[in-house]
Design a protein around this ligand. Structure first.
Ligand code: ADP
Ligand code: MG
Length: 233
């Protein structure tokens, strides 16, 4: 089976010949929970945008969920994103005029399911993030931590192959941030493949694998086996 993410010698250069990624190789398998960690300006968001097919590499090969994205049209890339990738951003990016339920149901727009079915699945996703009691609330009526949990529900409702989270706890207090990370860990335990972009070494260290980004280069740490169960040490 092919990996969920396969980058080979990926270079990204912005206008004016500013090279931001210098030949990145990265492979993420199904079911991994990976931190992509590095200081501000190191190239993490650029890497996320390329993995998420929101931006194209200047050279090198990018395969996501088995598709060589360099060969796809912009339209095909939107379809790939809609069906294979769930995004979580630092700023939540929820629609202010919609209830939590409809924000999550919007995560299923691409599939052409009837509204009733979308809302039913959205309800299940909100339950999974502990927000079954907030389905009718709009974003302004929720705390930051609750908003981010809605965003996570929206990212997972379509059962994507990959969840990409860019600084998902960056706007949250410690406690809410921990709750969001706990939910991501639970999704991982249930089989989701997740990459968490962060500048926070503590958050990264708590995940099974760390990919370090520095000055547009990647240094990988080998994946640690899942922590032993209690009592087996
Ligand atoms: P991080 O997410 O790790 O903070 P970024 O990927 O956002 O880092 O940025 C990496 C580098 O690329 C920075 O030096 C930034 O200024 C530069 N950069 C990002 N986007 C652009 C752009 N559109 N044009 C030119 N330079 C950019
Ligand atoms: Mg960034």
């Amino acid at each position: 089976m092919s990996a969920v993410i396969e980058l080979t010698d990926v270079v990204k250069t912005y206008a004016g010949d500013v090279r931001v990624l210098h030949g990145v190789d990265l492979r993420v398998e199904h079911g991994e929970l990976t931190a992509i960690v590095g200081p501000s300006g190191s190239g993490k968001s650029t890497l996320l945008n390329i993995i998420g097919t929101l931006d194209r590499a200047s050279s090198g090969t990018v395969r996501v969920a088995g598709h060589d994205v360099g060969t796809l049209t912009d339209r095909e890339l939107s379809a790939l994103r809609a069906t294979h990738i769930g995004f979580v951003f630092q700023q939540f990016h929820l629609a202010p005029g919609l209830s939590a339920l409809d924000n999550v149901a919007d995560g299923l727009l691409y599939g052409g399911l009837p509204l009733g079915e979308r809302r039913e699945r959205a309800h299940g996703a909100l339950r999974a993030v502990g927000l079954a009691h907030r389905t009718g609330h709009r974003p302004a009526q929720m705390s930051g931590g609750e908003r981010q949990r809605v965003a996570v529900a929206r990212a997972v409702v379509g059962e994507p192959d990959l969840i990409l989270a860019d600084e998902p706890t960056g706007n949250l207090d410690t406690r809410s941030g921990r709750a969001v990370m706990d939910i991501l860990r639970q999704l991982h335990a249930d089989g989701s493949t997740i990459a968490v972009i962060t500048h926070d070494n503590d958050i990264a260290a708590a995940l099974p694998r760390q990919v370090h980004v520095r000055d547009g280069r990647v240094a990988d740490s080998p994946a640690r086996p899942t922590a032993p169960r209690g009592g087996t040490t």
